[in-house]
Write a new protein. Structure first.
Length: 131
């Protein structure tokens, strides 16, 4: 909620309880409706000072801090999917026969797989050092 001037310095986080002046309407999403997504409408709602989260006009910092965890989780997920893809590439290269021998025996394919391994391991190392 904007409690101060313009820009990021004027945003505060508030806990607003359901009650008079708070209206919610469910919104349909691509998920089967179990996501709990809703439109929240505030109409002349009074919020006590004790419902302020953190300091006044420093809410943007809290919001951005939360994104750090989400980014970390997304990186871990994408790293795992990259490892699964690499594993499938190795399986395919071992079983696919081209010019009378397995694809993995072609130097250009081994080089591509090595680059994929190096990229994935570099990202894994970065994630581990961040953690």
């Amino acid at each position: 909620m904007r409690t101060g001037g313009s820009g990021v310095a004027g945003i505060s986080l508030l806990v607003i309880e359901r009650g008079s002046g708070v209206e919610t309407k469910p919104l349909k999403t691509s998920v089967d409706g179990s996501a709990g997504t809703a439109l929240v409408i505030f109409n002349s709602v009074q919020v006590p000072v004790c419902n302020l989260l953190g300091r006044e006009n420093e809410g943007f910092k809290c919001i951005m801090f939360n994104f750090n965890h989400e980014r970390w989780i997304m990186n871990g997920n994408s790293l795992q999917f990259a490892r699964i893809v690499l594993d499938e590439c190795f399986k395919w290269a071992k079983q696919r026969i081209v010019f009378g021998k397995a694809l993995i025996e072609q130097p250009v394919i081994r080089e591509k797989l090595a680059r994929m391994c190096a990229s994935i391991e570099a990202n894994a190392n970065w994630l581990e050092s961040i953690t």
